[in-house]
Design a protein around this ligand. Structure first.
Ligand code: ADP
Ligand code: ADP
Ligand code: ZN
Length: 215
């Protein structure tokens, strides 16, 4: 039973680690970014609203995010824990999550902050490629798919995310500093915050995370 939040700037490696963590603890990986992208792809009303913000590298308004996550956490597969990736992203969202948990007499087991220096993030994000079908993450230099443009996992098409252009990335990094970085202090006030050096290989980062969270 683990309830875990993954924090860190865009490009820190949250998605990459989330796949491993959710497998290790057998808990669902809940990525608000993935949920929004799926809605954009399907052209739902939520997707249409979210797209306006995502395309500019801005956060989707809290009012569209919080209820969505609470609904997801009520699902049966979350009864034995979950891994939140990309939520909370504002102090408001963190407070909403805390009051939801409190109302259920639950609490987070760990908040994992993956730390990467700002100058390392831009090349990670502009070089990022993702599978349009299964969401697997690649990097054009450090981790390309075996066949160009084809996902190793599912054979789907590997593409660049619309918001991984240099201009939008610069915006997202600014938004992170202003709106999400304050969460480090928010969670730092108690012992839940586990700080992880994200500038090692993905396997080494995973080792550190498992050691910090425990079995
Ligand atoms: P996030 O979900 O935090 O935005 P991702 O997991 O999508 O980050 O990773 C961003 C990019 O950096 C991807 O191209 C990924 O392949 C690459 N990456 C992830 N972890 C590492 C690492 N430890 N070292 C180098 N590159 C990494
Ligand atoms: P990354 O980790 O690379 O920044 P995500 O996939 O987590 O990217 O998020 C992509 C976009 O989706 C964000 O730039 C933002 O517009 C939106 N988004 C995702 N999660 C949230 C959230 N919790 N609150 C507000 N907007 C969000
Ligand atoms: Zn795939």
């Amino acid at each position: 039973m683990k309830r875990i939040v993954l924090l860190g700037p865009p490009g820190a490696g949250k998605g990459t680690q989330a796949v491993r963590i959710s497998e290790k603890y057998n808990i669902p990986h809940i990525s608000t970014g993935d949920i929004f992208r799926a809605n954009v792809k399907e052209g739902t009303p939520l997707g249409k609203k979210a797209k306006e913000y995502m395309d500019q590298g801005l956060l989707v308004p809290d009012s569209l995010v919080c209820d969505l996550v609470e609904d997801r956490l009520r699902a049966e597969d979350c009864a034995n824990g979950y891994l939140l990736d990309g939520f909370p992203r504002t102090v408001f969202q963190a407070e909403r999550l805390d009051s939801y948990l409190m109302s259920q007499c639950m609490q987070l087991d760990a908040v994992v902050d993956i730390e990467v220096a700002p100058e390392a993030l831009l090349p990670r994000l502009t070089g990022r490629r993702v599978c349009s079908k299964c969401g697997a993450t690649y990097h054009m230099l450090s981790h390309p798919p075996k066949a160009e443009g084809v996902c190793d996992v599912c054979g789907g098409e590997v593409i660049q995310r619309a918001d991984d252009s240099e201009e939008t990335v610069m915006n997202r990094l600014k938004v992170y500093e202003a709106q999400t970085a304050p969460l480090i202090d928010y969670y730092g006030e108690d012992d839940r915050l586990l700080r992880i050096d994200g500038e090692k290989t993905p396997a080494e980062v995973f080792e550190q995370i498992i050691e910090a969270i425990g079995e």
